[in-house]
Write a protein that binds this ligand. Structure first.
Ligand SMILES: *[C@@H]1O[C@H](CO)[C@@H](O)[C@H](O)[C@H]1NC(C)=O
Ligand SMILES: *[C@@H]1O[C@H](CO)[C@@H](O)[C@H](O)[C@H]1NC(C)=O
Ligand SMILES: *[C@@H]1O[C@H](CO)[C@@H](O)[C@H](O)[C@H]1NC(C)=O
Ligand SMILES: *[C@@H]1O[C@H](CO)[C@@H](O)[C@H](O)[C@H]1NC(C)=O
Length: 461
């Protein structure tokens, strides 16, 4: 190892602020302590394990069981069971203490549907069998171009079981502009969406081969997702595993995600998000963003990733924003992460451009600050184990590294900084001197010169 930071935190802060010109190490120590310790409760009293399977089995007398088969679902994988599911939903939704059951060892073909609430609180959606989507994009319901199974306006509902939700995405992938450049880029359905809901628990399901994103949590509050598996090929385009948008107080725990895009992505207007015990790969890593596309505002704060294993992913822990956005990403802690053969283990990319055309240089940007990386180790396949490519006009600040150790099997590793300020303590390898010193690209250069170099403008296509 070439460089260690072993100085006490206070002297590092003084060094850091000596360079950056700021002067209040006391309040900055508070900031670091806050970043090190803030947390999101894993169990919420409103959604604890009261609806476990044995409960509904033993209490079947007091719960009303709605088996989709009782509504004439066939479950042979060929017959259209959409109507049966919709009828079962209507009945289960209006009944007290209901269980909507998708029985095991059957395959139900179901079209795009919005399952609407409000329903009676405490409903259980018990999925034991397989639900499959029609596989023909040309015949998809044009009224629901971005949804397959959408649940909206629920309170205190539980989704659970050993069942599978299968988007039959193959033809959608082949038609993606990322696979066939002569095709227009357009959206495809998300397999499972939970929208405008609260106190939701999702446990044990497998979601696979989605048309695009697998599982979206949107406009929701207090959601606990545990032991969910996501599986689709590493080359399936835009198939994010779990996507969180405009939501608060969400915990994603003990999930295994293999996919062709981000394992988890957290976007606009989300805060109080915890990810714990996440296995990711293949995939594009765990991301905050993208944010700021088309000059939009994006705000994400209070996010914790604690304990993750990423294997052969393109990114490890990533923050990605487009040029031209506004808003901020603040108070983020990535910790206890192990990486194996990850291309960009630690990356902040404020020049994100997931578009077939080059993105214009713009000055406004999302402010990225108070980002902590702690106990992160493993191997990278690229030289830049850490890359902080921040906006010239809105530089990143307070990037804090502690006990980071990333190696490349054949060759040396480096940290890349552009308009990024911060510091490290404990072991930091490769050295992150560029966050405090003038090897920061930004500080060394004429600051009126905007970054046009190819090496910092990142394109995902
Ligand atoms: C499901 O979609 C198919 C076309 O893929 C259509 O023929 C059928 O009528 C739809 N079923 C329902 C219940 O809407
Ligand atoms: C790509 O899309 C074009 C236009 O839709 C189509 O004609 C062509 O067959 C597709 N190519 C492949 C390899 O699927
Ligand atoms: C971001 O979230 C806010 C608040 O929910 C919303 O009003 C706004 O439309 C969102 N912006 C984008 C680009 O999604
Ligand atoms: C560091 O992270 C690894 C990988 O998640 C974990 O096994 C280990 O216990 C962590 N070490 C400390 C000191 O927390």
């Amino acid at each position: 190892m070439d460089k260690f930071f072993l100085l006490p935190l206070l002297s590092l802060l003084i060094i850091a602020y000596g360079v950056s010109g700021s002067i209040d190490p006391e309040s900055d120590i508070d900031m670091v302590k806050e970043l090190e310790t803030f947390d999101i409760e894993e169990q919420d009293d409103n959604v604890v394990d009261t609806y476990a399977i044995p409960v509904w089995k033993s209490e079947r007398g007091s719960r009303s069981l709605m088996n989709v088969d009782s509504f004439d679902a066939v479950g042979d994988g060929i017959t259209d069971d959409t109507m049966a599911f919709r009828k079962a939903w209507e009945t289960a939704c209006s009944a007290a203490k209901s269980v909507l059951l998708v029985p095991k060892e059957k395959r139900y073909l179901v079209n795009a549907t919005t399952f609407k609430g409000p329903c009676n609180d405490g409903m259980i959606i018990q999925i034991e069998g397989t639900i499959i989507a029609p596989d023909e994009p040309e015949k998809w319901d044009p009224k629901l171009p971005r949804q397959w199974l959408e649940f909206t306006k629920l309170n205190a509902a539980t989704f659970q079981g050993d069942g599978v939700i299968d988007g039959s995405g193959e033809k959608w992938w082949a038609e993606s502009c990322k696979k066939n450049k002569s095709r227009p880029c357009k959206g495809a359905p998300t397999a499972l969406t939970i929208d405008s809901s609260s106190n939701i628990r999702v446990k044990g399901l497998t979601i696979q081969n989605s048309q695009q994103m697998h599982f979206t949590i949107a406009r929701s509050e207090t959601v606990r997702i545990t032991e969910v598996r996501v599986s689709s090929p590493g080359d399936s385009p835009n198939t994010d595993g779990i996507h969180i948008t405009q939501s608060m107080n969400v915990v994603v725990q003990n999930c295994k995600i293999s996919t062709g895009d981000d394992c988890i992505s957290i976007v606009n207007a989300s805060s109080g998000i915890k990810m714990k015990g996440i296995s990711c790969g293949p995939g594009h890593g765990i991301s905050i963003g993208s944010l700021g596309k088309d000059n939009s505002a994006g705000i994400v704060s209070k996010v914790v990733l604690d304990t993750a294993f990423l294997r052969e992913t393109t990114n490890g822990v990533r923050i990605k924003t487009w040029q031209g956005g506004s808003g901020y990403v603040r108070a983020i802690r990535f910790e206890n992460v192990r990486m194996q053969d990850v291309e960009n283990p630690i990356i902040i990319d404020q020049f994100y451009c997931d578009s077939p055309n080059a993105c214009e240089t713009q000055t406004s940007a999302i402010k990225v600050s108070q980002i902590m990386y702690r106990n992160i180790s493993g191997t990278t396949t690229s030289k830049n184990a850490m890359k902080f490519a921040c906006s010239d006009s809105v530089p990143c600040s307070n990037i804090i590294l502690s006990n980071v150790n990333l190696e490349k099997t054949d060759g040396t590793v480096e940290t890349y900084c552009h308009a990024a300020q911060g510091f490290g303590y404990g072991v930091v390898h490769p050295s992150a001197d560029c966050l405090t010193s003038s090897d920061n690209d930004f500080a060394a250069k004429d600051q009126t010169q905007l970054p046009t170099e190819q090496h910092i403008v990142h394109t995902e296509l």
